[in-house]
Design a protein around this ligand. Sequence first.
Ligand SMILES: [Zn+2]
Length: 162
Amino acid sequence: MDPDQPSFRLIRTNKGGQKLLEGGYVYLMHRRVGEMTHWQCEQRGECKARVHTKGIEIVKRTNEHLHVPDVQATACCEIKASIKRKARDTQDNSHHIIGEGMLTASEGTAAKLPKLDSLKRTIQRQRASVLSAPVQPTALAEYPLSCWAAARTDSATDDQSS
Ligand SMILES: [Zn+2]
């Protein structure tokens, strides 16, 4: 693996937050502490697994996951994120964008993706939101993490519970 590349992937969520994908697990941003970002397993109700990232590295892991990794689910997240990104950043027609996303999917992952009509609606929603939203970086996963982190310092610090 290229040491300059992060071992994890970051994707945007519909609500403007971020998810971290790594090894078949999905983490939600919890908060930022200095240069570190704390993430908690998406199944945070029952699973106490946490990771801390600094730049492009995972610097700390806390607790084991109580469930098996789901590589297809995280691959599915990545493909949906890339479809949304292309919807916002390109003028390609929706069939083309979905086709490109499907090309990267394994058979098992493709089976987990939403149906074609649903993906098309997702693309339409993304484009509608771009038209009504202020200009901002949209391809967060492609930005240097330092840039991404700077953009996040204004939020995600509301929960001080731990
Ligand atoms: Zn977990």
